[in-house]
Design a protein around this ligand. Structure first.
Ligand SMILES: NC(=O)c1ccc[n+]([C@@H]2O[C@H](COP(=O)([O-])OP(=O)(O)OC[C@H]3O[C@@H](n4cnc5c(N)ncnc54)[C@H](O)[C@@H]3O)[C@@H](O)[C@H]2O)c1
Ligand SMILES: [Zn+2]
Length: 357
């Protein structure tokens, strides 16, 4: 079992990572709360696969368990679902002395967490993430929210969980597309913060990685934890986590959301940018080749057909832009990211190598 303490003063909490943890979830939850009733928010897929097992584990500790389930998929991370959740939480008689558990991928964590943050002005909650994205990224850091018709994640807040319980074995049922999607973020952590993780990923592949998820998740969560602790409100160092995301978001937007997954966009964004910064002498020679071969190994794209001109309009709205100034995250070398402030008009030259496309 591995544990990581997130030190945020009164909002501090622990992340526990352990194969098979799901069946012992009751004990972990009991250490956090004496409350009687737990509302478990989940989506149809995760509830169908693991809902009974989690309920049994919680009942062993004599909890009264209320399961609240909504349809799986990003399109349900919306205001309508949120209103339904409020209604069901109310029908279940949940009070501020009870606990909410968000049990699922990033959609459940963001939506369930936002419901917890706002129902009765805040009910304590626990994350039990079940996808790679959720286990290495969205369950840590306290960002919760929903999509609006005008844009993704446009309504939300910062609301820290009381604990995060991670069972890497749950990833065994995750469809391959979501595995690769998550790998984009995992490789990102290796790039910006953790050369040992990057080298481990170079040695492993799609098959052998399953024996190493405990270690990989711990390494990713530790990186995120250290960055979040230093910058809770995402105004400085935490921006490092955006490596590959400026171009990645543009790729997602340019092709219409859903053509490239988020992880695929980030992967191509990291590879394209690093080719440029290496060419400029800002990144150590050889970095780009190693990055590209790891990305390819996990079936991730290292480039897209769109030109810099095609992509640029999708960057202008990016939240990392402040007035005419923005910050790009680049690699000094593998395992070491850095912030590069620049003028917005200089951005196009970082999208692609001079002379290409
Ligand atoms: N809050 C943050 O800091 C943060 C960070 C990154 C991403 N996000 C958000 O996370 C969301 C994406 O998360 P996601 O990729 O986990 O999506 P998701 O929650 O939609 O899960 C992907 C799919 O996998 C299914 N699934 C989940 N766990 C499974 C399992 N163990 N076995 C089989 N199927 C399983 C789900 O039902 C869903 O169909 C986006 O909405 C994104 O905005 C938030
Ligand atoms: Zn991301």
């Amino acid at each position: 079992m591995k544990s990581i303490h997130i030190d945020l003063g009164k909002d501090s909490y622990d992340i526990h990572i352990e194969n098979g943890l799901l069946d012992r979830a009751g004990e972990y939850v009991r250490n956090l709360t004496k409350s009687q009733t737990l509302a478990v928010i989940s989506d149809t897929t995760v509830d169908g696969l693991y809902g009974d097992r989690l309920e049994q584990a919680l009942r062993k500790e004599h909890y009264n368990v209320r399961r609240i389930v909504f349809p799986a998929g990003e399109k349900y991370k919306c205001a309508e679902t949120l209103l339904q959740l409020y209604q069901e939480l109310s029908d279940a008689g949940i009070t501020r002395s009870d606990y909410i558990i968000a049990f699922g991928g990033g959609v459940v964590g963001d939506l369930g967490g936002f419901a917890a943050a706002t129902f009765l002005r805040g009910v304590p909650f626990i994350q039990i993430p079940t996808t790679i994205i959720a286990q290495v990224d969205s369950s840590v850091g306290g960002k919760v929210g929903i999509d609006l018709p005008s844009g993704k994640n446009q309504a939300g807040s910062f609301y820290q969980p009381k604990g995060v319980l991670i069972d890497p074995e749950l990833l065994r049922t995750l469809p391959l597309r979501f595995i690769h999607d998550g790998m984009g973020e995992v490789i990102k952590y290796g790039c910006i913060h953790d050369i040992a993780l990057f080298e481990l990923l170079e040695r492993l592949d799609d098959e052998t990685i399953f024996g190493h998820w405990e270690e990989i998740i711990e390494r990713c969560c530790s990186s995120k934890a250290r960055l979040v602790e230093r910058d809770v409100l995402d105004l400085g160092e935490r921006m490092m986590l955006n490596f590959g995301h400026t171009i990645g978001h543009a790729i997602e937007g340019c092709y219409g959301y859903g053509y490239y997954t988020h992880g695929e966009g980030v992967a191509a964004g990291m590879a394209m940018l690093t080719a440029v910064t290496e060419d400029m002498g800002l990144t150590k020679a050889g970095t780009s080749d190693r990055l590209r071969s790891v990305l390819k190994k996990y079936s991730l794209p290292v480039d897209v057909a769109a030109s810099a001109d095609d992509l640029f309009p999708y960057i202008s709205n990016d939240k990392k832009m402040r007035g005419n100034n923005m910050t790009l995250i680049i690699l000094k070398e593998l395992g070491q990211g850095r912030l590069l402030p620049l003028k917005a008009e200089d951005l196009p030259k970082y999208i692609r190598k001079r002379g290409s496309k």
